[in-house]
Design a protein around this ligand. Sequence first.
Ligand SMILES: C[S@@+](CC[C@H](N)C(=O)[O-])C[C@H]1O[C@@H](n2cnc3c(N)ncnc32)[C@H](O)[C@@H]1O
Length: 245
Amino acid sequence: MAVGVKSKLNRITKQAMTDNILQQQIEYYRARANEYDQWFYRIGRYDRGIEINQRWFNEVAVIKNTLHQIGVVDDILELACGTGIWTQELLSIGKKITAIDVSEEVITINRSKLNSLSVEYQLRDLFTWQPDTEYDLVFFAFWLSHVPPKLLDSFLTKVYQSVRVSGQLFIIDSSFEPTSTANNHILIDDGNIYKTRKLNDGQKFQIVKIFYQPDQLQDKLKQVGFHADVNLTDNYFIYAHGTKV
Ligand SMILES: C[S@@+](CC[C@H](N)C(=O)[O-])C[C@H]1O[C@@H](n2cnc3c(N)ncnc32)[C@H](O)[C@@H]1O
């Protein structure tokens, strides 16, 4: 086979694999909607014992405290809002929140938990979403780590377009720490961005999961035009607070 044809076929195969995994990632979060909060609240497979759980909650408190220092703004865009764990924090920061997710199941849970007229939900795939409004604050938690490297620049450019000049960006994500995941998931730092995730019933899915280092994330945010501080908590989280200049 000619070299050009072979490399084209390779590209098509890789693209098909990424598309398939992004679809599995959507299916995973849809199927996991009712058990998702167990992860955040350290219940069931995510319960690592009082001491380790307390470490997690202390680090969550550090981030919540930083987030709330933003004060009050008018309009917030939350991407990949999920079941509302962070939407409920944003309710006391923004007068109006636009919350986007691809899963009807998580949006239904979010809506019924918050029961707020200040939140407008939009069912959208973030890889095809096109921003059409600017916000005072754009926020996403535990989403960036699921964006494949090839789509990162275009995603962050869309985020940049969604923030008004002098507006803010707040990102929260995972650090590599084996006790952050379920006790039947094996977290290996092997550079493979595709990871297997299981539901409580054992059903398996492949997803993308990338663990950023602060410098790496800071550089990426700078490249698209944000001034950002990127920090780690002691074990579990990385978070970034940026401004559009
Ligand atoms: C790890 S969860 C984070 C949820 C929430 N931000 C939180 O911290 O609790 C990832 C979220 O991304 C959503 N998601 C997955 N693929 C998506 C896509 N292509 N477009 C929009 N949302 C997507 C899932 O439905 C899920 O709610």
